[in-house]
Write a protein that binds this ligand. Structure first.
Ligand SMILES: [Zn+2]
Length: 346
């Protein structure tokens, strides 16, 4: 185990944030305090790159693949279709079980993946006939300036040296190429105690030792700005409530219409099937979004009713108290009246 005290931005004076993470207040990133031992010369390493731990058993990996196929893979494809259509060349950084590369190919993209975990790469080959590039990232064989898009889903935060890996990866893009990125969003204005109190959904991510850092929206922008790239503010958020989703480019990025992607995919059966998968996920996400909105309204209304009930109860208690006081006064008046009558009779 190695103690890590340097942020990606070079700052070595980090503040304590949580039991496992230190805060860099120069760029608003978190850095894991202790890192697994690593071959220091490598830009990327098996346990530090992919979104899935390399030591998962095959049945666990298959279960994960099934979940990914109905959740984040159609979401990621839906996002990619907004910026770049088949037969564009796409390269996934950290391709894990190969499911996303396989779906990209079914959609008609010329897709390849990089996966440093040997057992994951073997699984991708066996299951999807997807040959993943592996080993050290700096020695992979893709020609510079040859790709239309890079995709990095849940992998930036696992890179040991993200600036160097991203610099090398971005060199592979053609002019006008984009990087599609998803990574958990660290809300730097919140303390760890506030996250605990709110049972924030990002918290389970803090228990994964492979998550070496967490970027905030500010640090993500700074990170790519220093590499000479921009994070597009046009990027739609499609990955749930604690992730951020970004499109990284050097110029303006145009958003393609749904009709354009449908026209491209509906020319083959595999294209139509991937389109159906993307649309089914989008519909389910929309329904869930509305259901959550309604649930929130019901919670608010229930809280309002409860509040009203408390007010009525409090007012009832006050009325009861006033009634008692009035009763006591009445009794006192009656006693005084009787005493006065007695005194008059005497
Ligand atoms: Zn920093």
């Amino acid at each position: 185990m190695t103690t890590k005290t340097t942020c990606w931005c070079g700052n070595t004076i980090l503040l304590n944030y949580s039991p496992d993470y230190a805060l860099c207040d120069k760029c608003n990133s978190l850095v894991r305090k202790i890192w697994p031992d690593e071959e220091p010369a490598r830009v990327s390493a098996p346990d530090h790159f992919g979104r899935i731990p390399a030591d998962l058993k095959e049945d666990e990996l298959r279960a994960r693949l099934q979940k990914d196929m109905s959740t984040f893979i159609p979401r990621a494809l839906g996002a990619l279709l907004k910026f770049c259509l088949p037969p564009a060349s796409v390269f996934e950084l950290g391709s894990a079980h190969g499911g996303f590369v396989a779906v990209l190919r079914a959609a008609g993209y010329n897709a390849t993946g990089f996966e440093a975990g040997a057992s994951l790469a073997e699984f991708a080959l066996k299951t999807f006939d997807v040959q993943s590039l592996g080993g050290a990232f700096e020695s992979q064989k893709i020609e510079k300036g040859s790709l239309d898009a890079l995709v990095a889903l849940n992998s930036l935060e696992r890179m040991e040296n993200p600036a160097e890996t991203m610099r090398l990866a971005l060199e592979l893009l053609k002019p006008g190429g984009i990087l599609l990125l998803q990574t958990p969003c660290f809300e730097s204005e919140k303390t760890f105690e506030e996250l605990l109190l709110a049972e924030h959904p990002i918290l389970p991510n803090f228990d994964e030792p492979q998550r070496m850092r967490f970027f905030s929206t500010q640090s993500l922008e700074k990170f790519f700005h220093e590499l000479g790239w921009n994070v597009s503010s046009e990027a739609p958020m499609t990955f749930g409530d604690y992730n951020m989703f970004a499109v990284v480019s050097q110029g303006e990025v145009g958003i393609l219409s749904q009709e354009e992607s449908e026209k491209t995919l509906e020319t083959s059966l595999s294209g139509l099937l991937t389109l159906a998968l993307v649309n089914a996920r989008a519909t389910a996400d929309e329904m869930q979004f509305h259901a959550e909105g309604r649930q929130k309204t019901i919670h608010e209304q229930t809280a309002g009713l409860e509040n009203l009930r408390n007010i009525i109860q409090a007012q009832g208690a006050e009325v009861e108290m006033l009634r008692k006081v009035a009763q006591e006064r009445l009794e006192l008046i009656q006693k005084l009246d009787e005493a006065l009558k007695n005194a008059t009779r005497k």
